[in-house]
Design a protein. Structure first.
Length: 288
């Protein structure tokens, strides 16, 4: 049986290709060319022994005392996930809820700038924190618990990091507070404003932008609580000034533990005044 003309033609073409490679140096040239290209690629391709792939991550811890894991998930974790997922550049948001606490993890896309990512996260939290405080959606007890933790940390860090220039600024604010204190309870609002400036100055001393922003948001929106529940009595301004003097003194001495304790006691005492006034308002009685 003979081969068809088309098969014979195809077979002849294959033989010619094979013959070219067998009888010439073309195969050697191609091998050398491939080796040269491979070596060039090896030399020119950027490489690192331990490549740094930037994937910004942040964990947000939220304490919610007295609540079960299911309540924490429903009231804290799930709403916060929805809020944080709105941040530009976020790829995933997931959380873990347990008794008294939620941990929300925010993961950005690969290549997102780490510092800008953290700033965007902090800004989103501050925006929602401001609304919660301004419209009094946080109980006095929860507000005090939050302030004790944050402001205790702030003054402790300030005691470790304050420069002579920082201490002079704190002393100037104390003198301004003294002026309003000596002018009596009619200047309580002005005194409270200086108190806020002093707390914000302590936050700046920590050199941590998170504390600076959170304290600024807190004190710029806490006025409705003071207006409704802080007694307008002379002893309030006297005790507040005394507390501020002791806190600044502890910062000047570099005593972080004492500064933290004094700040927490300060928050706790004035929160107790507000709780007592709120309770008497509900009962229709008079406290002072």
């Amino acid at each position: 049986m003979g081969l068809s003309p088309s098969a014979t033609q195809e077979h002849g073409f294959t033989n010619r290709i094979v013959k070219i490679f067998l009888e010439s140096n073309l195969s050697i040239i191609l091998i050398l060319l491939a080796a040269a290209i491979g070596l060039a690629a090896l030399g020119l391709t950027p490489r690192e022994e331990d490549p740094q792939i930037v994937v910004p991550l942040a964990d947000v811890y939220v304490n919610f005392p007295g609540r079960s894991a299911a309540e924490v998930e429903q009231l804290v974790a799930t709403p916060l996930e929805k809020i944080l997922y709105q941040i530009d550049g976020v790829e995933y948001v997931y959380s873990m809820s347990r008794e008294n606490q939620a941990i929300i993890t925010v993961r950005y896309y690969v290549g997102e700038d780490r510092e800008r990512s953290l700033v965007k996260l902090q800004k989103k939290i501050s925006e929602n924190l401001a609304l919660l405080i301004r419209f009094q959606q946080v109980s006095l007890e929860h507000l005090a618990e939050f302030r004790e933790g944050v402001e205790g940390n702030v003054v402790a860090l300030a005691a470790k990091r304050a420069t002579p220039s920082d201490l002079r600024q704190l002393r100037l604010l104390l003198e301004e507070a003294r002026h309003y204190k000596e002018n009596g309870i009619s200047h309580l609002d002005a005194f409270i404003r200086v108190d806020e400036l002093l707390h914000q100055a302590l936050a700046r001393i920590t050199q941590n932008p998170m504390y600076t922003s959170i304290l600024q948001t807190l004190h710029e929106n806490i006025h409705p609580y003071f207006e409704n529940f802080l007694p307008r009595e002379p002893h309030v301004i006297e005790e507040n000034f005394s507390d501020l003097c002791e806190i600044v003194q502890a910062v000047e001495n570099g005593d972080a533990q004492k500064a933290r304790r004094l700040a927490q006691l300060h928050v706790r005492r004035f929160n107790q005044y507000m709780i007592q006034k709120k309770q008497h308002q509900k009962s229709g009685g008079a406290l002072w």
